[in-house]
Structures are given as C-alpha cells and as structure tokens.
Design a protein around this ligand. Structure first.
Ligand SMILES: [Zn+2]
Length: 220
C-alpha cells in the first residue's frame, strides 16, 4: 500500500494526528515544560510527523516493495550487501538505535534486486523494535520470498537508551546475527561471509558466532 513508506493523510488520520499532538502536548507539560512557549508551539505537530515516519514500516507492504524485483537467474554464489545504514526505535524506551546491517544470501535460482535489500531493512527498522527481532525478520523475509540456500544477516547497532543514559560506555554497540540454511549448517560458508564483512569490531569467535558486547537492559 505504501512502498515509499509515506503515510497518506486522510481526514481520519488528521483526527488521529490531533490526538497524538494532544498527547505530545501533555507530555511536554509532564516534563515540566511550557508548551505555549515559542520554540515548543509547533513541537507536537513535528513530533507527530516524525513518529509517523519513524514507524512507517508498519504500513509498508513487503510484496509491493519487492514487486518486479525478484528475478530467476543461474547464479549460486554468495550475494552480499554490506554497510546498509539503519535507524530504528527501541521498543523499551522509544529511543533510537542505529548502525549498519549486512545481508548475505546464496540464491537458489531466485534473486532480489540489490537496491531492494536496503528497502527491506527500512521496512523492519521503521517500527518499535528490538535489534534481535529486526535481524531475524530481515532474514526470515528473504527466506520466505526467494527460498535461498541460506541467509545471513548481521546488525551492529548503537543504542541511545544505553549510551545517553550512561548504562554503557558511549562507544559500545550491540551485534546481532541471524544465520539460516547454509550459513547455519556450514561453518565454512559462515566464515566466508564473516571474513568478507571484516567487521570493525573483530570480536567474532572462531565458530563464527558473534560475541555480544552487552545485553540490552529490558527492565530499566
Ligand atoms: Zn532501550
């Protein structure tokens, strides 16, 4: 319905937006602010618009995004799209987490147009998320759509809910991975992928599975 992840404005959405703006105004008051002061007058409208965009992945239709970009080919070597920027919101604190996502798969007669992979990442990033779930959703969607021999997704994310709140050191980041099919079953395939990535951290163990820097604190 919305391949560009733009939310159409309908009269109903306008009413809904007004409710959202009322909530943001209430939030400003709760924070001890004066929502009528100059700098804040338009803030509820801006926040409303920003939040709609940052969660527009809910409205996006995967099939529509991939429509016309699935091809049959005689190619069975690893396809890698690395360093895809992603920006998401942590569902526990509604604060951003962002970083790089690397996607690889081994085709089984079907491939996805390369430019569609970052679009797929956006669809799952623009929601309230957990990095672990986002990583799995990207891998599972590719598996479902083209039934490849294997899919690997690795995400490296900085979580502002940790760095801004001083829970962790400023520069720490979280690595999550999803390895399906050949990437799960064959250590050699997995290692080839990880070596091709040359991750900035260098913290991958000999088995090829990432060592998480920390676990996301779910309770605070
Ligand atoms: Zn969080």
């Amino acid at each position: 319905m919305a391949p560009e992840t733009v939310v159409p404005v309908t009269p109903q959405a306008e009413i809904y937006n007004n409710q959202m703006q009322d909530l943001i105004q209430r939030l400003l008051i709760e924070l001890g602010e004066d929502p009528t002061r100059e700098g804040l007058v338009k803030t509820p409208r801006r926040v409303d618009k920003a939040l709609r965009f940052l969660t527009s992945g809910y409205q996006a239709d995967v099939d529509e995004v991939l429509n016309g970009a699935l091809f049959t080919v005689d190619y069975s070597e690893m396809v890698i799209v690395r360093d895809i920027d992603f920006y998401s919101l942590c569902e526990h604190h509604l604060l951003p987490f962002f970083g790089k996502c690397h996607v690889a798969y081994i085709p089984n007669k079907r491939v996805i147009g390369l430019s569609k992979i970052p679009r797929l990442v956006d669809i799952f990033a623009r929601r309230l998320q957990l990095q672990e779930r986002m990583t799995n959703q990207i891998a599972e969607t590719i598996t479902e759509k083209i039934k490849p021999l294997g899919v690997a997704v690795v995400c490296e994310g900085t979580h502002l809910c940790m760095s801004m709140r001083g829970v962790e050191k400023q520069n720490s980041y979280t690595i999550t991975s999803a390895m399906l099919g050949a990437f799960r079953e064959q250590a050699r395939t997995r290692m080839e992928f990880l070596e091709l990535l040359k991750l900035r951290s260098g913290t991958f163990s000999v088995t090829g599975m990432p060592i998480p820097h920390h676990t996301h604190d779910h309770d605070e």
